[in-house]
Ligand binder design. Structure first.
Ligand code: B1M
Length: 214
């Protein structure tokens, strides 16, 4: 199968909620030496975005969304794991998904990209209470706290994190990065975040810039 065909099939496997096919395609992409980010962005993510659209329009229901999400998770976990671990030690990042939010596919991609770029990442998971981000950051002496949010209702957790850091006199100690589908640069500016990442590669680039690197 050529690259173009594989990318098309990757999107289709998610729309069809075909976990076995998605796994097979992710493995084939690695074996063929394809760029994992390209396969995710142009293939699997296109599929999940389509599924999300259909769900949003009421043309697909939660059980189907869950099956597609499972296929997406299997494929992205395989591709994420194929990323090399960066040898350089650039800094420490505490990363998780906002409280009330169980979406973690994108967050896990960001974690993998940060690791591939030499960051030491402490992944606190999904649906995480804001205080846990702060406690972990203090415990490991992190440089950056990253919070992902996929729901318009959980984005407020990103704002609350910054407010809590200010209240606790810790705002200058940690840089804060935000991201996730409903977040934008405008939102990041409004809540006073130090950086916004549009996708995993951008998040890694912004994290490097935050710490003065390139
Ligand atoms: Co849900 N969901 N979901 N969902 N889901 C959305 C987000 C939604 C837009 C779908 C829709 O209606 N069209 C909608 C939100 C609407 C809104 O808030 N306005 C929605 C809803 C409503 C829900 C439920 C409420 C449904 C229900 O129960 N009735 C429920 C919520 C549960 C909860 O969280 N409390 C729910 C549940 C689920 C599943 C469990 C089935 C599953 C998640 C599985 C999992 O993550 N383990 C799921 C999925 C898969 C989606 C969609 C279809 C896809 C999300 C995804 O994985 N994208 C999504 C629709 C969509 O986004 N188009 C949808 C692929 C991923 C690679 O991209 O996560 O955007 P993304 O991450 C990117 C960037 O955003 C960025 O980098 C990543 C990689 O490039 N990024 C960062 C992410 N975090 C970052 C952090 C950074 C920087 C960059 O710095 C810190």
């Amino acid at each position: 199968m050529d690259k173009e065909q594989l990318i098309k099939e990757a999107a289709k496997s998610i729309i069809d909620a075909d976990k076995v096919k998605a796994e097979e395609l992710a493995k084939s992409a690695i074996a063929a030496g394809m760029d994992p980010l390209e396969v995710i962005n142009e293939g699997f993510s296109v599929g999940i975005a389509k599924v999300g659209d259909l769900f949003g329009r009421g043309e697909l229901f939660l059980p189907e969304l869950i099956l597609s999400a499972e296929a997406m998770k299997v494929a992205t976990d395989i591709l994420n794991a194929s990323l090399p671990q960066g040898a350089q030690k650039r800094g420490k990042v505490v990363m998780g998904t906002a409280q009330g939010d169980i979406h973690d596919i994108g967050k896990s991609m960001v974690v993998s990209f940060l690791q591939a770029n030499g960051f030491e990442v402490y992944d606190v998971g999904r649906d995480v209470e804001m205080q846990k981000f702060i406690d972990k950051a203090q415990e490991v002496d992190a440089d950056i706290i990253g919070m992902s949010a996929l729901l318009t209702t959980t984005m407020s957790g990103q704002k609350a994190l910054i407010e809590e850091l200010k209240k606790a006199g810790l705002r200058d100690r940690f840089k804060v990065m935000v991201g996730g589908a409903p977040a934008t640069q405008r939102w990041a500016d409004r809540i006073g975040a130090d950086a916004y990442g549009v996708d995993a590669a951008d998040a890694a680039e912004k994290a490097m810039k935050l710490l003065g690197g390139k």
